[in-house]
Design a binder for this molecule. Sequence first.
Ligand SMILES: O=C(O)c1c[nH]c2c(Br)cccc2c1=O
Length: 468
Amino acid sequence: SDFEKTVADVFSEFQPLSLFLTKVAGIEDRFNNTGAVSLKDILSPLMGTLEASCQFNFMFDIPWLVKQYPKQFRDKPMLLVHGDQGRSEAEMKTDAAQFPHISLCRAKLEMMYGTHHTKMMFLLYDCGMRVVIHTANLISNDWHQKTQGVWISPLFPKLTEGGNTSAGASVIGDSPTKFKRDLLAYVQAYQVVPLAAWERHIRQHNMSAASVYIVGSVPGRHSGDKKMLWGHMKVKKVLKEAGPEHQKVGSWPVIGQFSSIGSLGASMDQWLCDEWLGSLSQCRGNMGTPLSHSKLQLVYPSKENVRLCLEGYGGGGCLPYSIKTARKQIYLNNFVRQWRADGRGRTEAIPHIKTYTRVSPDCKEAAWFIVTSANLSKAAWGALEKQKTQLMIRSYEIGVLFLPRHFGELESFPVGPTAEEVRDSDNVMLPIPYDLPPPNYQKGDRIWMWDVPCVDLPDRHGKKYCPP
Ligand SMILES: O=C(O)c1c[nH]c2c(Br)cccc2c1=O
């Protein structure tokens, strides 16, 4: 029965996609016992005997983070990769100073408004290493009552012959999706000394079992063939080369789901529908016919979704969409859908997860799926400049793209509305985090903005919302 399941059981039940949600306090056990992990689960000795780890993230509570490691691993070297500058970097150094096994590495952020959003773990074991790509900050609140996504890699064994074998251009021990090549390119883009050791660890492991694509973003103005390496242009490239056929999926809707929205331009045709949707609606054999913007659905919590969530209005604190930005892009109201996740028991767990997918009109199949740190913003996905010759990205982001062809020559993923169906299915099934189709906003409801008071109706704790 469920209560005896270990994290090793939970992990093996959800292969080969290995796509999990985080556990949520206060919901029925069945929604946490299958297809869901905590940070302690991920770091458990049952997943491997840790020698060292590297944590990429945006927000860190270092004393809390240390306590998530099992006691026997609490002195193993840990590198924290962050983007903090000035005072917040000083605070981080103070927090880290009390832990001799922790060192810090600041990612360069030379583009205005760029952030180090990437949420990734490198876990080096005595017998191999694992990569975890997820959406949660390393603070207690992000792992308590929110919906977060986690992809956990297979255990990558150490390469036998001669270790790092930097065989010139090609990479030894890579997968059909070039996971290792692209992960190395991402790590190398930081150009910081502390990551050189982790680059070597990656080189020394056989990652041929990785069946997902890396979709990363690194700050900069990327041109030439580097233009297709990052952000939405990487997605476009992969979908064009290896995505499902246009005649099968060409009319399917594209669904974006995220926890924040950037300034996307005065009209939908400037970036959202031409450039960004143009990349995410790519498929093999596509003759360039753009997807009608009536097929774009954007899942982002409404005010009522926040009011009724487990955390009450406070849950909106991680949905930093400002009225200043919202009033410049009212066209978004035509695309937004509610967050509802009854199938996973998480309708009331605010979505900090970010996912992007393309599903059939009957909601039974998915053409592809992405879980990533990237919200709906130009800073994260990139914006083409100079007559589309360069892709300008402000932030570090990372995610993974699942294509059906790498999971048994499938043409599409059957969609699993509940974790039990995915667990019990004999064939590959996509554990979709939210209900399909995403419901429209109700009349009188509005998009959540974190700087707009809510004084008409109280939340479940009887509180109103009066932002500072
Ligand atoms: O990378 C992330 O996950 C996040 C980035 N920026 C945020 C702001 Br600004 C305000 C509140 C929450 C977040 C957040 O969660």
